[in-house]
Design a protein around this ligand. Structure first.
Ligand SMILES: [Zn+2]
Length: 225
C-alpha cells in the first residue's frame, strides 16, 4: 500500500507537498486537574556561602507529537497490531519502522506497510536492578531488544513472565498487548513474554551468577511500601 504525496495549493496559490490530515477521532486521557502552565520557575535555593544555586523549574506543558508517516505504527498499537515497513524492491522489513529502504541498491525506495506476526526472538537483553521511583516496585525489570517477525532491526521492550537469569539469546517470544481500553498508542501498550511451551535451559554458572545478583533485589522490593 503506497502513501500518496498530495500536491495541493494553499490560499496564496503556493504549492504544498504535505498532506493535510483531518482529525476525526480524539481521546484525551490526561488525569483531572492537569494545568498547562508551561515552563515556570517556581523557586530556588542558594548555598550558605552563596556559591551554588539550584532553581526549580515546573515542567507542565501540552506537547503535540505528530507521528507523520510513522503514524500507522502507533495506530496499529491501539488496534493490537504490530505494523512494520517493507521495501518493495529488496524485501527488507523493519520494526521500528523505516520510511525508506537502507540498501544502497534500492536508492531510498519508499517502504510499504505490512502487519507483522506477534512473534519475536531475543536479540539481546539487560536486567534493570535500579530505576526511577515510579518503577521501583516493579524491579527487577528485564529489558530486551527483540526481533519481531523477520525485521532487520530490533525493538526494545519489557520481557515479563520469566526469571531474569533464564533469558537466552534467540529465545522465542510472543507480543502481549494490554487490554484495549488501557492502550494509548505508545510502545508500552505491549510487552514480550516467552513463547508458549518455551522452557528455560538448566542452570549454568552464568545463570547462577545473575541469580545471585538479582535475588536481593526481589527481597529489597518486598520491603518497599
Ligand atoms: Zn530495498
Amino acid at each position: 500500500m503506497m502513501e500518496q504525496v498530495v500536491l495541493m495549493k494553499n490560499k496564496n496559490n503556493k504549492k504544498k507537498f504535505a498532506y493535510e490530515p483531518k482529525f476525526t477521532e480524539r481521546k484525551d486521557y490526561r488525569p483531572e486537574g492537569v494545568k498547562e502552565t508551561g515552563l515556570v520557575f517556581v523557586g530556588h535555593e542558594i548555598s550558605e556561602d552563596r556559591t551554588v544555586m539550584n532553581q526549580f523549574l515546573h515542567y507542565d506543558q501540552l506537547y503535540t507529537i505528530r507521528h507523520g508517516w510513522n503514524s500507522k505504527f502507533f495506530i496499529g498499537l491501539l488496534e493490537g497490531k504490530i505494523m512494520g515497513t517493507r521495501c518493495p524492491k529488496c524485501g527488507d522489513t523493519w520494526v521500528p519502522v523505516r520510511t525508506h529502504c537502507w540498501n544502497l541498491n534500492c536508492k531510498l525506495e519508499r517502504t510499504e506497510w505490512v502487519e507483522m506476526p506477534l512473534t519475536a526472538k531475543v536479540h539481546t537483553w539487560t536486567v534493570a536492578g535500579w530505576s526511577g521511583r515510579s518503577s521501583l516496585k516493579r524491579l527487577p525489570i528485564v529489558l530486551v531488544y527483540a526481533i519481531i517477525g523477520d525485521s532487520k532491526v530490533a525493538i526494545a521492550n519489557e520481557l515479563h513472565g520469566i526469571n531474569p537469569w533464564d533469558v537466552e539469546f534467540g529465545m522465542p517470544l510472543k507480543v502481549v498487548f494490554k487490554p484495549k481500553e488501557q492502550r494509548v498508542g505508545a510502545v508500552t501498550d505491549f510487552h514480550f513474554e516467552p513463547a508458549d511451551g518455551w522452557k528455560p535451559s538448566p542452570m549454568t554458572e552464568e545463570k547462577e551468577r545473575i541469580k545471585k545478583l538479582v535475588e536481593p533485589v526481589y527481597e529489597w522490593v518486598k520491603t518497599l511500601k
